[in-house]
Structure formats: C-alpha cells, structure tokens
Ligand binder design. Structure first.
Ligand SMILES: NC(=O)c1ccc[n+]([C@@H]2O[C@H](COP(=O)([O-])OP(=O)(O)OC[C@H]3O[C@@H](n4cnc5c(N)ncnc54)[C@H](OP(=O)(O)O)[C@@H]3O)[C@@H](O)[C@H]2O)c1
Ligand SMILES: [Zn+2]
Length: 347
C-alpha cells in the first residue's frame, strides 16, 4: 500500500510557539467504526497552547498535531463501518470528546465522564492536520445557515460553554457572573447566556468589547470592586458564576446567592491551588461543579439553540493553519479576543 502524505502544523518537542512547524505526516487511516474527515477549518483554543507546552500528567506521543475543533467532509470510512445517518462526502463537525464506547459512562451517553476519554488534538492528532481520524459516534451533521468559519468555532468553545450554563441551570432573568470575559469561552458564555435571557456581569480587562456583546455590567478583577457591583446589582448575589481562571474561584463562591452554583473548568491564573473557607461554602448552600469537555449531545443542543434563535458566534479573526505559531504567541501574550478561525488554505 502506498503511503499518502498529509500536511499539518504540529510539533516534535514541547516548548514555546516556535516549536510549531509545517509537517508532512502519513495520512491517518480509519479503523472499524471510524471515519477520516478532510478538515476545512479549525479554531484556536487555549488548550492547543497548553498541549504544545506539555499538559502536566497527560503525556502526548510525538510528533503531535493539535486542534480540538474540526469541521470538514467525511473522506472515507473504515472497514465494515456502519455510517448510520452519515454518508461519505457529508459536511460534519467532530465532537471535542469521545469515550471508550463501552464503559458504564459511555453506555449512559456520558462519554465526557469516560476514564478513557479522548480529545482530538490532545490524545490523538487534531484539526491542525488536513485529515483527522474520528469515530462515527463523535460526528455531528453541520447545520445549514452557518458558514465554515462559524462552524469551526462551535465544537469546543460553544458546546462546553453551553454545558456550563446548563449545569448551572441558567434561566431567564438569572444573574450570571463570567470570569475571563473576552476570551473564546468568555465571549461564548456571554452570547449564550444573553440569548437564554440571563443578565451578565463580565469580569474582564476589555469592558467595551464585552458591552458590545451584550454584557449588562462589566468589572475588572479587583475583589472589592466586584463584590460592590454584585451587591448593588443583585438582591442576594449572582445565581451562577462561571470560572475559567482558577484562582478566582474563591471570589466566585463569595459572589453567588444562597444555593447558587459555581462552575469551574480552567486554570489561567498564577496557580491551580486555591484556598476556600469551607464555612462560607456550606453556609451559602453553594454548589461547586467541575466540568471537562462536552459530548456531542451538548454540541447538537447548542447548534439547535443557536440556529433557532439566530445566535452567531463572535469571531475576531480568520487566518490559516500556517499562521498557528504567530497566533499561539498572540494568545499567550493575551492579545486574542473571541474566537480565531484557522482555515486549511495551504497555497
Ligand atoms: N475543561 C474544559 O473542558 C475546557 C474547555 C475549554 C476551555 N477550557 C479552559 O478555559 C480557559 C479559557 O479558554 P479560552 O480558549 O477561552 O482561552 P482564551 O481565549 O485565551 O481566553 C482567556 C481569557 O481569560 C482572561 N484572563 C484572565 N486572566 C488571565 C491570565 N492570567 N492569562 C490569560 N487570560 C486571562 C482574558 O480575558 P479578559 O482580558 O477579558 O479578562 C482572556 O481573554 C483555559 O484555561 C482553557 O484551558 C477548559
Ligand atoms: Zn467509556
């Protein structure tokens, strides 16, 4: 069998953005139950930079190809694969997580809970490559009404943000506190929370941008300033606080109303270690929920919600996969807002 070669941006060792380079790698071949997707576009996510530096405790096999977001055409299917609702040539999105398919969690549709979870661009090669291998059960049909660039930003940021809002039972009229407002997740959370009819307090260094996206109140990271705003604007505290910074979780717990929820799923601050006065936690009947990745059910749900409400993602820039090294550098120097698309345009 002749070896076919795909182009990708990847790395052979961990390090700063300069380790990223254009590579020629053997085409992935689909196994049973799998397809190969020809990727049209991916998007920049913080996890790409974290995996490039080396995620503590989760080694990746080198060379590696990052990219958690994938939109493209089904190019081929593995031997004996039942494609179900899909056909070769369909435009699809790939969910940002799939499980082993057979454990108790996978059988219950909770592939994000699977101890053997796999994320494209993390445990396996991802969307910075021209071709990606994925199981059929991770595919979602692309809806009509969105362009390729918009589809490319949905699988990770919009499905996980949707999951965070659902886990916190965010309802019309609720106050939602969002840390890291102007990032990919922060903008997705703000757009989706507003479309759900909630009121948003965005903690951000970019107040004007967050106002333009619909945030009702914008505030900086100063604890006293934040608590003042929360007590002025809400009756008993916010109904939900969504945190991707990590060391702001104690502030989030202080800002919620009795019985409110904090959803945490990221570390961007100085340390992943935080101190919480457990009395403040239980006297407030607080819920602190950790989440990680979102199954294709959440991806389908958020797509249906966005299509039915005419909600569009916020994209600040459209680039190509070749621009990945510069974009990683920009993201790590906090120069990126919203979502950045990277198309597979190579010539
Ligand atoms: N567990 C999961 O499933 C999951 C899924 C997606 C993302 N995440 C995590 O969520 C976090 C955000 O991801 P993202 O893709 O939205 O990243 P991003 O686009 O880089 O956004 C991060 C935003 O956080 C704010 N920020 C505050 N302190 C910061 C600091 N010390 N360094 C950098 N940014 C800081 C900035 O917004 P302002 O300037 O507005 O403050 C920045 O734009 C990451 O930790 C990522 O790993 C986790
Ligand atoms: Zn499993």
């Amino acid at each position: 069998m002749c070896l076919l070669i795909m182009r990708a941006v990847g790395f052979e060792r961990h390090g700063d953005p300069s380790v990223l380079r254009v590579m020629e790698l053997p085409d992935p071949r689909p196994g049973p139950g799998e397809v190969v997707v020809r990727v049209l576009a991916t998007s920049l996510n913080r996890i790409d930079t974290i995996v490039r530096r080396g995620y503590p405790g989760i080694p990746v096999k080198l060379p590696h190809v990052p990219g958690a977001d994938i939109v493209g055409y089904i190019e081929s299917a593995g031997p004996g694969t039942d494609l179900g609702e899909f056909r070769v040539g369909d435009l699809v999105l790939v969910s940002n997580v799939w499980g082993c398919g057979s454990c108790r969690f996978c059988r219950a549709g909770l592939e994000d809970y699977c101890p053997g979870w796999t994320m494209p661009g993390f445990q396996v090669w991802g969307g910075y490559g021209e071709l990606v291998r994925a199981p059929v059960r991770a595919l979602v049909k692309a809806p009509s009404g969105f362009g390729i660039d918009e589809l490319a930003v949905l699988p990770l940021a919009y499905s996980v943000s949707w999951k965070a809002l659902k886990v916190a039972n965010v309802s019309p009229g609720d106050w939602v506190l969002i840390f890291g407002g102007s990032g990919g997740i922060g903008t997705a959370l703000t757009i989706l929370a507003k479309a759900l009819g909630a009121r948003v307090i965005a903690v951000t260094s970019r107040p004007n941008l967050m106002k333009s996206l619909g945030a009702d109140v914008v505030v900086g990271y100063d604890r006293d300033e934040l608590m003042k705003v929360v007590s002025e604007r809400t009756e008993y505290g916010v109904d939900a606080a969504i945190d991707v910074i990590g060391d702001t979780v104690p502030m989030a717990l202080d800002a919620i109303r009795p019985g409110g929820t904090v959803v945490a799923f990221g570390v961007l601050g100085k340390s992943p270690m935080v101190q919480v006065d457990i009395r403040r936690f239980y006297l407030r009947h607080a819920r602190l929920v950790g989440i990680h990745n979102a199954t294709r059910t959440y991806l389908r749900e958020v797509i249906d919600f966005m299509v039915s409400r005419g909600v569009r993602p916020f994209i600040s820039r459209v680039a190509t996969v070749r621009d990945a090294p510069a974009l990683h550098e920009l993201m790590e120097s906090r120069g990126v807002v919203g979502k950045v698309v990277m198309r597979h345009e190579w010539d």
